[in-house]
Write a protein that binds this ligand. Structure first.
Ligand code: OAD
Length: 232
């Protein structure tokens, strides 16, 4: 049966071949930086300069990166599929948008955004953010990157769970299955009757929950799969 509604979750693996490092690989971001220091509200309170420097560097790296054949395949799927395609990403880069995807839900936030820690106003982040930058809305010196840190609630959860409950096909791409709630999406989609496929270099932590696993680099496996779905 052809699926009518495809819900896709992407992680750092889809951007790896664009030169953006993943988190948990050997030599990945979490080998060089402590999560507690750069990806928690407590770390930001202790050393805001360190945290701003970390995200300023990642913002510059993402701005210089180009989407790869994996991102491009997903944009073709969205444009050409007769049913509905929902793209949820844990990535804070904007490579899906650069590839032409129109509707992207950034559940862990975005490097292109700034957020006021006082009034929650959001605005486009400048290339470099500094501790004490003020909010254009309320003037509090409380600007921070619009990134969801550990201990904070990911964005759009109600909408995402609605989409998962209506999916015929759930697809997970380039994510290690270590971080919840995203790692629980496969179980949720299955519970509602979806077929499930994982794309990764190796089975993820939740790999046993998928009906089908396609191993290999996303730039190779995704164009093939999208061609299959679009019947070309
Ligand atoms: P990880 O670094 O945990 O996992 C990346 C996954 O991508 C691994 O399972 C790799 O095997 C796979 N991979 C690497 N290269 C690939 C390729 N070319 N093609 C296909 N798969 C490939 O990254 P995430 O799972 O995205 O959150 O991490 C989840 C969250 O943890 C992130 O959003 C971030 C992090 O801490 C926050 O910062 C809040």
């Amino acid at each position: 049966m052809m699926p009518q509604k495809i819900v896709i979750l992407t992680g750092a693996g889809i951007s790896a071949e664009s030169g953006l490092g993943t988190f948990r690989a050997e030599g990945g971001l979490w080998a060089e930086h402590r999560i507690e220091d750069v990806a928690t509200p407590e770390g930001f309170a202790r050393n805001p300069q360190l945290v701003m420097d970390f995200y300023n560097a990642r913002r510059a790296q993402a701005a210089a990166a180009s989407p790869n054949a994996g991102h491009e395949a997903l944009a073709r799927l969205e444009a050409g599929f007769s049913g509905e395609v929902i793209l949820i990403t844990q990535n804070v880069d904007d490579l899906h948008e650069k590839a032409g995807s129109q509707r992207v839900m950034h559940m862990h936030g975005a490097l292109t955004g700034a957020l006021c820690g006082a009034c929650e106003h959001r605005w486009p982040a400048p290339d470099r953010m500094s501790p004490g930058d003020s909010c254009p809305q309320c003037n509090a010196p409380a600007a921070r990157p619009d990134i969801v840190w550990f201990g904070e609630m990911p964005y759009d959860m109600d909408e995402i769970f609605d989409h998962l409950s209506g999916a015929d096909l759930f697809v997970s791409i380039g994510t290690s299955g270590n971080v919840y709630p995203a790692a629980g999406f496969v179980a949720e989609a299955r519970r509602h009757g979806a077929q499930t496929i994982e794309f990764n270099l190796e089975p993820s932590e939740v790999g046993s929950q998928f009906d089908d696993i396609r191993l290999g680099p996303a730039t190779r496996t995704l164009p093939d799969w999208v061609a299959e779905v679009l019947g070309s």
